[in-house]
Design a protein around this ligand. Structure first.
Ligand code: SF4
Length: 381
């Protein structure tokens, strides 16, 4: 399978924990969209043809673009690439930037999945990390999206926020269940160096929940989500039956994807070689490439040696609870996982971290908790 990713690097304001490539200054938003349209056409002309089964508008906050912009971009994608008629087409949207008019536009353009950034149902926690919205706005936008006909809606939530309790996290999950969300992504807050939150934590002005409490939020949250009928299909992702994100599953299956826009990444097999390439992360550089009519690659595509491609396939596949499909692995690399990683599989099985079931090799729940350590065995094999 192949997926298309489009990066929209603008947000209404920067959250205090955010180190993504996104800007609260929107002066060049129009120029950026024009450059993106150009990149779509240049990339389609330069790259081998593919049938794309998913499109993902990510950010940043794609829903910040003015009415009409997303339809224009999606139209250009469909004109330039083969997007299959039943493709999953997702847009990330933040409460506080969505309107009824935009939702109607997305629906009419063919977007069939919304991924909303909530993070918590507790307004004090939202305010403290600099989120632009409050829970009430999320509910209003969610209801408006349902009324506009969206039947596949996901929400991102976070645990380990400053001041957050286990109860806060459970309350958020329960609220989303009551609203009827189809999919929930539950991420742990990572405090990145250089962010305002990092500075406050280092300076003692702010503190994170104790490690044990953050772990409890993860464990109890996971159990609660499962109880409520959300199946954990990846370390941080939970879905009602049939509502797994196809775009993300392709990524974890180490499938092909083409990234368009600032700092986007791609992986593709071209002339038998597995290639990775990335766009520049500098906005002026991105715009100047566009002005010159050239693709905004940061550097020439990198050829990934087979050993590395094999390790990436295992590393990404083991993030999913179903694990790595043994038959697909054999078809892709011409050898079985036993042949490639016999020692690692044996030692992880002995530790109780790995299982072989129904044609898949997967980590156990304990193995998922120690995923990084488990993956080291594959590197050493
Ligand atoms: S909305 Fe997302 S991308 Fe934008 S500043 Fe907040 S965390 Fe960063």
């Amino acid at each position: 399978m192949s997926g298309l990713y489009v990066h929209i690097p603008f947000c209404k304001a920067k959250c205090r924990y955010c180190d993504f490539v996104s800007f609260a200054d929107h002066d060049c938003m129009g120029d950026y969209c024009a450059a993106l349209l150009k990149e779509i056409r240049l990339s389609a002309a330069a790259l081998p043809k593919r049938e794309y089964e998913s499109v993902f508008f990510g950010g940043g906050t794609p829903s910040i673009l003015p009415v009409g912009a997303i339809s224009l971009l999606l139209h250009a994608l469909k004109e330039s690439f083969t997007v299959l008629p039943d493709a999953e087409i997702t847009i990330e949207a933040n409460p506080g930037t969505l309107t009824e008019e935009k939702l109607k536009e997305y629906k009419a353009a063919g977007i069939n999945r919304l991924s909303m950034g909530l993070q918590s149902a507790n307004d004090a926690l939202l305010e403290n990390v600099g989120r632009i919205h409050r829970y009430r706005e999320f509910v209003q936008n969610y209801e408006c999206a349902r009324a506009a006909g969206f039947d596949n809606i996901s929400a991102d939530i976070m645990y380990g926020l400053p001041g957050q309790t286990v109860k806060d996290h459970m309350d958020t999950i329960e609220a989303l269940y009551r609203l009827g969300l189809d999919h929930i992504s539950a991420y742990s807050l990572i405090v990145e160096e250089g962010t305002p939150l990092y500075t406050d934590i280092i300076g003692g002005a702010e503190s994170l929940p104790a490690e044990d409490d953050a772990y409890l939020m993860h464990k109890k949250g996971m159990e609660f989500l499962e109880q409520l009928g959300y199946h954990r299909y990846e370390i941080s992702n939970y879905a009602k039956p049939g509502r797994e994100s196809r775009h993300n599953v392709n990524y974890w299956e180490n499938g092909e994807y083409l990234g368009l826009g600032l700092n986007s990444h791609s992986a593709m097999r071209i002339e038998g070689q597995w290639l990775r390439f990335a766009n520049t992360a500098s906005l002026p550089d991105y715009l100047s490439h566009s002005a010159r009519g050239v693709r905004p690659l940061a550097e020439p595509p990198e050829i990934i040696p087979e050993k590395e491609e094999m390790f990436e396939t295992v590393m990404l596949g083991l993030r999913m609870t179903k694990g790595v499909d043994e038959e697909n692995f054999r078809k892709r690399f011409g050898k079985s996982m036993e042949e490639a990683y016999g020692d690692a599989l044996l030692s992880l099985r002995e530790k109780g971290w790995l299982l072989r079931e129904n044609g898949f090799i997967r980590l156990t729940e304990e193995g998922l908790d120690f995923q990084n350590e488990a993956l080291m065995s594959f590197l050493d094999d």
